[in-house]
Design a protein around this ligand. Structure first.
Ligand code: TXA
Ligand code: MG
Length: 318
C-alpha cells in the first residue's frame, strides 16, 4: 500500500490535469480528472486509444452517483446498491458536467465504484470523478501490476501508484440496465450468474461485429505481443518455441514455457492470474502461445472471452 504522502500528491496531480495510474480490484486504471476535457484527451493520447472508445468514470462512493448524475432507473440503482464497490460498470445518462470526450460523444456514460481501498481514497482525495481506462496501450494486455503499467506506458504517465497485484485480474462487467431487460455489454469479473440474482435474466451482447457498443468487446483485443491461438485437440507442432497457458494441469510435450492458471482448478484464481500469466509468457520470447480454454461458467466465461479475443487478434493478421 503506497504511503499517504504519495496518495496526496497523486490526488493533486489528478486535480491539476495530470495522469495517474492506480490499482483497482480488476486491473490498473489510467486516471484523469473526468471534469477536465484536456486531461481526458491525454488519456487517449497516452494509450493511442481511438477517440470512439469511451472511458469509464470512477467514483469514490456509491452515494456520489446521485450528486453527479441525479436519479437513475430503479434497476440501475438496485445493481449499484448490491454490487458497489465492486467490479460492475453501469451505463447511465451522461451528466452535463462530464465533457463529451469522456464518453466519446455518447449520450450515456459508463460509471463504477472500484472495490479497492486505495483507489477510493485517491478518488476521494482528488475530489473529482476520475475517468480511467485500463492502463495499457490500446488493444494490448491489461495491467495487473504496477510494473506492467511502467513497461507499457512509461513516461506517458505522470504518477504510477503501486498497490501490488490486483485481486480480480480481469476488467469489470459492463451492464446497461436502463431498459426492460439488462444487457451485458462486456463479460467481466462479476459473473453473469451473480448479476442475474439481482437483475433477473440478462442478454449478453457479443458485440463482435458492426459498430461496437463497448469497444473493449472488439473481436480483436487484449492481445499479447506473441501470437496466441487456442489449443484444439490434435494441434500439430509448428516448429517454433512455444509457450503453453494451461487451466489446471501441466501439459505433456515439449513446451519452452508453461503457465498454469490454477492448479486447484479455481476459476477466480485463474481470472486473477490470466493477464499476469500472459505478460510472463510474452516476456519469455516464445514464438507462439497456445492457450487452453477454462470451464465456461461463472468468471470462466469472461476468461474465455479474453482468450478468444486475443486469439482473434492474431488470426486476423494483426
Ligand atoms: O475494470 C475496469 O472496468 C477497468 C478499471 C480500470 O476500472 N477499466 C476498463 O476500462 O476496463 P477500458 O477503457 O479498458 O474499458 C472500458 C470499456 C470500453 O470497452 C468502452 O467502450 C466501454 O467501457 N464503455 C465506456 N463507456 C461506455 C458507454 N457509454 N456505453 C457503452 N460502453 C461504454
Ligand atoms: Mg482496456
Amino acid at each position: 500500500m503506497p504511503a499517504d504522502g504519495d496518495l496526496a500528491e497523486a490526488a493533486s496531480v489528478l486535480r491539476t490535469g495530470g495522469l495517474v495510474a492506480f490499482p483497482t480490484e480488476t486491473v490498473y486504471g489510467l486516471g484523469a480528472n473526468a471534469l477536465d476535457a484536456r486531461a481526458a484527451a491525454r488519456i487517449f493520447e497516452a494509450k493511442a486509444r481511438p477517440s470512439f472508445d469511451p472511458l469509464i468514470t470512477h467514483l469514490a462512493d456509491a452515494a456520489d452517483l446521485e450528486s453527479l448524475v441525479g436519479a437513475v432507473p430503479p434497476a440501475v440503482a438496485a445493481l449499484a446498491a448490491r454490487f458497489w464497490p465492486g467490479p460492475l460498470t453501469l451505463i447511465v445518462d451522461r451528466p452535463a458536467m462530464i465533457p463529451p470526450i469522456v464518453t466519446s460523444g455518447l449520450a450515456t456514460m459508463a460509471v463504477r465504484v472500484p472495490d479497492n481501498e486505495y483507489a477510493r481514497r485517491l478518488i476521494a482525495a482528488a475530489g473529482v470523478p476520475v475517468a480511467a481506462p485500463s492502463a495499457n496501450r490500446f488493444g494490448q494486455l491489461s495491467p495487473t501490476r504496477a510494473e506492467h503499467v511502467v513497461r507499457g506506458l512509461g513516461a506517458a504517465v505522470d504518477v504510477v501508484l503501486d498497490g501490488g497485484p490486483t485481486r480480480c485480474g480481469i476488467e469489470s462487467t459492463i451492464v446497461d440496465a436502463r431498459g426492460e431487460r439488462p444487457v451485458v455489454l462486456r463479460l467481466g469479473a462479476l459473473p453473469v450468474e451473480e448479476l442475474e440474482q439481482v437483475a433477473g435474466p440478462v442478454t449478453i451482447r457479443p458485440g463482435s461485429s458492426g459498430q461496437p457498443v463497448a469497444p473493449g468487446t472488439l473481436a480483436a483485443h487484449y492481445a499479447p505481443r506473441t501470437p496466441l491461438r487456442l489449443s484444439t485437440a490434435g494441434a500439430t507442432d509448428s516448429g517454433v518455441r512455444r509457450g503453453y497457458l494451461a487451466f489446471r494441469d501441466r501439459p505433456v510435450g515439449d513446451w519452452a514455457a508453461v503457465e498454469v492458471l490454477s492448479a486447484a482448478g479455481d476459476l477466480t484464481e485463474a481470472a486473477a492470474r490470466l493477464f499476469e500469466a500472459l505478460h510472463r509468457l510474452d516476456a519469455t520470447g516464445v514464438g507462439e502461445i497456445v492457450a487452453e480454454s477454462v470451464p465456461d461458467t461463472g468468471v470462466g466465461r469472461a476468461v474465455n472471452d479474453r482468450l478468444r479475443r486475443a486469439a482473434a487478434t492474431w488470426s486476423s493478421g494483426h
